[in-house]
Design a binder for this molecule. Structure first.
Ligand SMILES: [Zn+2]
Ligand SMILES: [Zn+2]
Length: 394
């Protein structure tokens, strides 16, 4: 067996990896609570001669050659689940109420365990170091495990990092990647409108925060359509509007929540400027006070040109050149892989998972399940990438 053509080894390992994926799926854990998952990953790594160290509470970092003088290439998998209910009758459905692997991080973890296994078998023939990052807390709940890992030095000495995500909106067997922005900068908005409540029959004595809020929601639709020109490049969505308690009371307060997605700092600035102007104008028009709180979420996930070249080259070998493209990119989702990509050259790519013409449930849908067919593909991609990069750098 040679690590230059690991296809037979990947095939032989796939059943075992599928079992592990199902076990992880059955026992999902939220961000920074991945205690069982961490123990499972640690045991797997230690059995194969790694000396993993804890990072970011419930994450792990493991080096193939901890004392190598050569370059270090990092690979990342995310460990956490979502705070939502599983809606499937899978034999391995979640045993926990309100927790489920609905983004496929169970699959990503199984893929990196497969990579760890095959690399360990060929440890002596691999020149340079490969660092495996098992990252907690990608989802936004108490998110940002990647940021904590970077702060704790997980990328010390790393030349490049690679990460992948399954994506059921893209056809199965396809890989999507591009240079530059892959995923969006996220801002979270919380808006509080304070007016003056009163009797529903006497609006003239009130300053109605609901009417102000309704206008504000409409006016915010123009931030992109009238504020950015033909190129656009942003999403502004109001996703929550709460006010009032009954049919005959005008309330004092209305609350809105929403999200802004952008791909470039200049667009972000322009969007935030327009949001503030629209809010100021609405407050004046309706004689209400409007407070805006902006929470800054994950930055743009930016792919490096030479790392993307590698992914494209390896993707062409694994899947066929015609199945590798940048169609549908960037996505307006957010990813904390962005923090890794800010620290070192990086490439993040999607493996399509849509089955035929079927309406395959997307990530974060209650019916979603990771497609196990992606396990061998993911392992082959990661192994191909590190082989390609170490050959070029050593
Ligand atoms: Zn997710
Ligand atoms: Zn995810």
């Amino acid at each position: 067996m040679s690590w230059t053509d690991p296809r037979a080894e990947i095939e032989a390992l796939t059943d075992r990896l599928r079992e592990i994926r199902h076990d992880l799926h059955r026992h999902p854990e939220l961000g920074f609570e991945e205690v069982r998952t961490q123990a499972l990953v640690r045991a797997w790594l230690e059995e194969r001669g790694y000396q993993p160290r804890n990072c970011a509470e419930t994450g792990l970092v493991a080096d193939l050659h901890p004392h190598s003088e050569g370059p270090t290439i990092a690979l990342r998998a995310d460990l956490d689940c979502l705070p939502m209910q599983e809606n499937t009758d899978l034999p391995y459905r979640s045993v926990h109420q309100g927790r489920a692997h609905k983004c496929g991080h169970d699959g990503h973890t199984a893929i990196l365990l497969g990579v760890a296994d095959i690399l360990a078998r060929h440890r002596e023939s691999v020149r340079g170091n490969i660092r495996l990052l098992f990252q907690p807390a990608e989802e936004g709940v108490r998110g940002g495990g990647a940021k904590v890992m970077v702060e704790e030095g997980a990328l010390a000495g790393v030349r490049e990092i690679y990460g992948l995500h399954n994506w059921p909106a893209f056809p199965k067997g396809e890989l999507r990647v591009q240079v530059g922005p892959m995923l969006a900068q996220v801002h979270m908005l919380s808006i509080t409108i304070r007016g003056k409540g009163g009797h529903g029959s006497q609006p003239q004595l009130c300053r109605d925060p609901i009417v102000a809020g309704a206008h504000l929601v409409s006016a915010l639709q123009t931030v992109v359509s009238r504020g950015l020109g033909y190129a656009g490049g942003a999403v502004v969505s109001i996703t929550q509007f709460t006010a009032g308690t009954t049919h005959n009371v005008i309330p004092d307060v209305a609350r809105l929540k929403g999200t802004i997605r952008t791909f470039e700092p200049s667009t972000t600035e322009r969007v935030l400027e327009r949001v503030r102007e629209v809010i100021g104008g609405t407050a004046a028009t309706f004689a209400v006070d409007i407070d805006l709180q902006i929470e800054i979420g994950y930055p743009v996930t930016m792919n490096d040109a030479s790392c993307v070249e590698t992914v494209v080259r390896v993707g062409a070998a694994v899947l066929g050149r015609e199945r590798v493209s940048n169609a549908g990119l960037p996505l307006a989702g957010g990813e904390d892989f962005a923090y890794f990509a800010q620290a070192v050259p990086a490439a993040y790519f999607f493996l399509g998972a849509r089955r035929g013409d079927e309406d395959t449930p997307v990530c974060h849908h209650p019916d979603f399940d990771f497609d196990d067919d992606l396990i061998p593909t993911g392992v082959a991609m990661f192994l191909g990438i590190v082989r390609d990069r170490l050959a070029a750098l050593t």
